[in-house]
Design a protein. Structure first.
Ligand SMILES: O=c1ccn([C@H]2C[C@H](O)[C@@H](COP(=O)(O)OP(=O)(O)OP(=O)(O)O)O2)c(=O)[nH]1
Ligand SMILES: [Mg+2]
Length: 168
C-alpha cells in the first residue's frame, strides 16, 4: 500500500514491526520520517540552546523507544545542518541499545571554527536509524584463522593522501 510522502514503486516490506515511541514531552510532535521511504526518523531538540564554536552539549529529544531485541538504534547527524552550520554529533553514530528505555539524548557539537549555532526547541537535530544487529556470544580463542590482510591496516593498502609535511 502506498503511504503519503512515499516514492511511487518503492514499497517498504510489510514485515517490519512498528517502532514503539513514547513521547516524554507532549509539546513536541511525534518523530517521523520526512519521506515515508527515508532511512532516518528525525528527532527534535527538546530545549533551546546555543553552541559556541567547538563546544558540545547533551540535548534531550523528548522521546523514549522500545527497540525489538536484535536491532539497534543509531543516532546520525543531519547532513543539511552539518554542511550549512558545522553541526554534528560527538559520538556519531550514537548507539541506542534495545533495552534502553530512557530519553534519547544527542551529544551535539559545533565544528564551525567561528560561528555559534542557535538551536530552538522543536528543531530537527538528528536522525534515528533502526538496523538489525548480530548478538554473538563472546568466546576466547588462542589462535585466529589466517587471512591475506593479516594485521595490515591503517593505510597498508596505499592510496591515501600525502600530508603537507611530506609524510605518507
Ligand atoms: O547518542 C546516544 C547514545 C546513547 N544513548 C543512550 C542509549 C544507550 O543504550 C545508552 C548507553 O549508550 P552507550 O552504550 O553508547 O554508552 P556507555 O558510555 O557505554 O554507557 P553504558 O555504560 O550505560 O552502556 O545511552 C543516547 O540516548 N544517545
Ligand atoms: Mg554501553
Amino acid at each position: 500500500m502506498q503511504t503519503p510522502g512515499q516514492t511511487p514503486g518503492m514499497n517498504p516490506p510489510e514485515a517490519y514491526p512498528p517502532l514503539r515511541i513514547k513521547r516524554l514531552d507532549s509539546g513536541l510532535p511525534l518523530p517521523v520520517r520526512a519521506h515515508a521511504d527515508d532511512a532516518g526518523i528525525d528527532l527534535y531538540a527538546a530545549t533551546d540552546l546555543e553552541l559556541a564554536p567547538g563546544r558540545r552539549q547533551l540535548v534531550g529529544t523528548g522521546v523514549a523507544i522500545a527497540l525489538p531485541v536484535g536491532t539497534v538504534g543509531l543516532i546520525h547527524p543531519r547532513s543539511g545542518l552539518a554542511a550549512r552550520a558545522g553541526l554534528s554529533i560527538v559520538n556519531t553514530p550514537g548507539t541506542i541499545d534495545a533495552g534502553y528505555r530512557g530519553e534519547i539524548k544527542v551529544c551535539l557539537i559545533n565544528h564551525d571554527l567561528d560561528t555559534p549555532i542557535t538551536i530552538a526547541r522543536g528543531d530537527r537535530i538528528a536522525q534515528l536509524l533502526v538496523q538489525r544487529v548480530e548478538l554473538p556470544a563472546v568466546v576466547e580463542v588462542d589462535e585466529l584463522d589466517d587471512t591475506v590482510r593479516g594485521a595490515g591496516g591503517y593505510g597498508s593498502s596505499g592510496g591515501h593522501a600525502i600530508l603537507s609535511d611530506g609524510k605518507a
